[in-house]
Write a protein that binds this ligand. Structure first.
Ligand code: CUA
Length: 158
């Protein structure tokens, strides 16, 4: 079969681009440890308010100095409503919901989680700048959705 010369060039060009782009995806996935969202830690939404980590949500500091914030997003409040964390250290937010889907977005950062009942949503970040950060629910969850917010107080590192 005779293929026109320019047709052949374009076929090679298109094939080269496919190989190049696929290679780039594989290379960055390996080099940057990129992976699809697959954190599927489950929790029983019926009992999480009476026992376990989320029954008494709050800030805890591990032996290695890592800061963990356990939170509940529930009908129109975040618990705790005010969170105090240090600047300049990794802070892991762990959030779940006992009722419906909520959101957790911290204004001025790239934290933006969907909080679904039955699952623990987790994100780790380091706040470099001390100050007060507003966290809001960004999934419509009911009549008082617009009132659902909390404050993250980032205290200067000591
Ligand atoms: Cu919770 Cu909107």
């Amino acid at each position: 079969m005779e293929v026109e010369r320019y047709e052949r060039y374009w076929m090679w060009a298109a094939t080269s681009m496919l190989v190049l782009f696929t290679g780039a995806i594989v290379a960055t996935a390996i080099a940057g440890s990129a992976h699809p969202p697959s954190h599927t830690e489950t929790v029983d939404p019926e009992t999480l308010t009476v026992s376990g980590e989320f029954a008494s949500p709050g800030v805890s500091v591990g032996a290695d100095g890592r800061v963990t914030v356990s939170m509940r997003a529930e009908f129109y409040v975040f618990r705790p409503a005010v969170v105090r964390v240090p600047a300049g250290r990794p802070v892991t937010f762990r959030i779940t919901s006992p009722d419906v889907i909520h959101g957790f977005q911290v204004v001025g950062t790239n934290i933006n989680l969907t909080v679904a009942p039955g699952y623990v949503s987790e994100v780790t970040t380091t706040f470099d700048t001390p100050g007060e950060y507003l966290a809001v629910c960004n999934e419509y969850c009911g009549l008082a959705h617009h009132l659902m917010q909390s404050t993250i107080v980032v205290e200067p590192a000591r």
